[in-house]
Design a protein around this ligand. Structure first.
Ligand SMILES: *Cc1c(COP(=O)(O)O)cnc(C)c1O
Length: 377
């Protein structure tokens, strides 16, 4: 039987051609013509003021943490139900992650949890758009603007998704997205920082260029470039950008195919949900779906373990997701918890992600659905 890994990186067919062009063009370091194309595309697509390519979403989050100027004693409110980089980026600045709960429908940051966690030291709120579905940005942006806090969106999974008709990644002062091979649009390892607050653009350029004013030098605004601020090496090479361009060009088609497969799962599993054997993802009316992930919520951790084993025997790899950060060693050392995080703990025990990649066949989905139906009988 055909083996179905959890993810298989999809290529559009032009990646090598564009990499060859980059090599022939003689500009291999960062911020060349392919980077330029990718950034302008991302800006046009999301409406962000400025997009910067980075080596990863992790790197983009680190740039965002530098741009918010957080330091020791400052508090950054985020879900515990997220990837480690959401927290690490701020811990590297010696700020304290404050872990709060998620809401049960979209599994994103709970605005009431955020309210309860606010203190005089709060400086940043970090919503994570889990599975590419928007967090409650109406409420979160309002809380932040009333108190003059930064919003940094972890939009790692959210490219091509919208909330109230606006792209995710365009709501916070800053946002980070990912092109890791497990995401929808990929470059192996890669990411981007979106700077929506125009007053942060120039400093973002400096931070990306090792803390120098090299970009101003290229524009002829200074006559030599020098060290002016904190920074690091955040630009990917043109080889990565060339690969990414071949993907961005096809982002609409990639999303459309993923959506077909997502919907096939959704229809196929409807009856099991009606029988209360599982719960399917919820896409609220204000949100669109980029089909980053298809997950199901089972009734118990034991049932999930049995189903993982059963799917594995049938050749399909299904995986659970985050170990909540507040329960991890590093999370306990560097973070704090506000609230009981009941939803986080419950969901992390019961959530199962199913294989979803563009080259899956409709029959593959049907086969997986049949194994699930059998397993839950
Ligand atoms: C994938 C992911 C990241 C990290 O992305 P990288 O590009 O691998 O650094 C961060 N946050 C979330 C929510 C993610 O899903």
């Amino acid at each position: 039987m055909r083996k179905l890994p959890f993810n298989r990186p999809h290529t559009t067919g032009r990646e090598l051609e564009y990499i060859a062009q980059a090599v022939e063009g003689g500009h291999l370091s960062g911020n060349g013509p392919f980077t330029e194309r990718c950034c302008r595309w991302l800006e046009a697509r999301t409406g962000t003021k400025r997009a910067f390519l980075t080596h990863s979403c992790t790197a983009a989050l680190e740039m965002a943490a530098l741009l918010t100027d957080v330091g020791p004693g400052d508090e950054v409110i985020m879900p515990s139900f997220t990837f480690v980089s959401t927290a690490n980026a701020f811990v590297l600045r010696r700020a304290t992650p404050i872990f709060v709960d998620i809401v049960p429908d979209t599994l994103t940051l709970d605005p009431e949890g955020v309210e309860a966690a606010l203190t005089r030291k709060t400086k940043v709120i970090v919503p994570v758009h889990y599975a590419g579905v928007g967090a409650d940005m109406d409420a979160l942006v309002q809380i932040a603007s009333e108190r003059g806090l930064f919003v940094v969106e972890d939009a790692a999974q959210a490219l091509m998704s919208e909330y109230r008709g606006r792209a995710l990644g365009a709501f916070g002062s800053l946002a980070a997205t990912s092109f890791h091979e497990t995401k929808n649009v990929i470059s192996g390892e890669g990411g981007a920082l979106f700077v929506n607050d125009p007053s942060l653009v120039e400093r973002a350029e400096v931070i990306q260029e090792k803390g120098t004013n090299r970009q101003r030098f290229f524009r002829g605004q200074v006559d030599k470039y020098t060290w002016v601020d904190l920074g690091s090496s955040y630009s990917p090479s043109e080889i990565n950008a060339a690969f990414l361009w071949a993907q961005l060009e096809r982002a609409a088609e990639i999303t459309a195919r993923r959506l077909e497969l997502w919907r096939r799962y959704h229809v196929g599993l409807e009856e099991l949900e009606q029988r209360e054997q599982l719960r399917r993802p919820i896409i609220p009316p204000e949100s669109t779906n980029n089909a980053h992930m298809y997950y199901i919520l089972l009734r118990s951790i034991e049932e999930r373990s049995r189903l993982i084993a059963r799917l594995d025997r049938a050749g399909a790899m299904a995986v659970f997701h985050y170990v909540p950060l507040h329960s991890s060693d590093a999370g306990k050392r560097w973070g704090r918890v506000v609230g009981d995080l009941e939803v986080t703990e419950d969901v992390s025990d019961r959530l199962l992600r199913l294989p979803l990649w563009p080259d899956l066949l409709d029959e593959d989905i049907d086969r997986i659905v049949a194994v699930i139906a059998d397993g839950l009988r």
